[in-house]
Design a binder for this molecule. Sequence first.
Ligand SMILES: [Zn+2]
Length: 207
Amino acid sequence: MPTIPARSFATQRLQAGQSIKITNTSGGQVIDTWAFSVPETPTSTFPRYMSMIHTRSTLRKLLPAPGEAFVDNKRDPILSLVEDASPGVHDTLFAACSPERYVQLGGTAEHDSCAVNLYEAVKTRDEPCFEAVRGFLGCGWVPDPLNLFMNVGVGGGRVQTVEPVTRPGDYVVLRAERECVVFMSACPMDIAACNGGEPTSAEFAVL
Ligand SMILES: [Zn+2]
């Protein structure tokens, strides 16, 4: 099974109707996940990407249930949640960790981060549409990630990262509603509690 290396990233292109299974091999690892459409006719216009804020406001809840879809920034379905073989705890509120975040937490800007992983991952794609995405990311834009398996306590107007509740082998299956590339970052956070300890690798498969 292909691996998302610890602290690093993997990408997978999906045709419409194909699914990706993302497995939390160790049980505690958060996977920051993005999806960008691959347009039939590449353009340099703003990309269409899976958007957490549009998903929350379309569904009027924090997360899709199995059978519901994450939507893009035009509110069209892009990835559907087919199966969730985990406690169903994922986050759509927290930004990807970034060099600035590690400095704020007392680390250094050279620390591996999900934001930089996304940028490096996009650089590995040779589809023409990702030239424009690279440009926007290079200006500092980072779409809100789907933080798979991340446990964020929400209550009393506050949000707080807490220990994961996932178990080794937990997985989700996401189906492409149209052609897209999925970007996955095995979150390298080792200062806050979100990965429950040392960052580890994870696995994925196309179904
Ligand atoms: Zn991260």
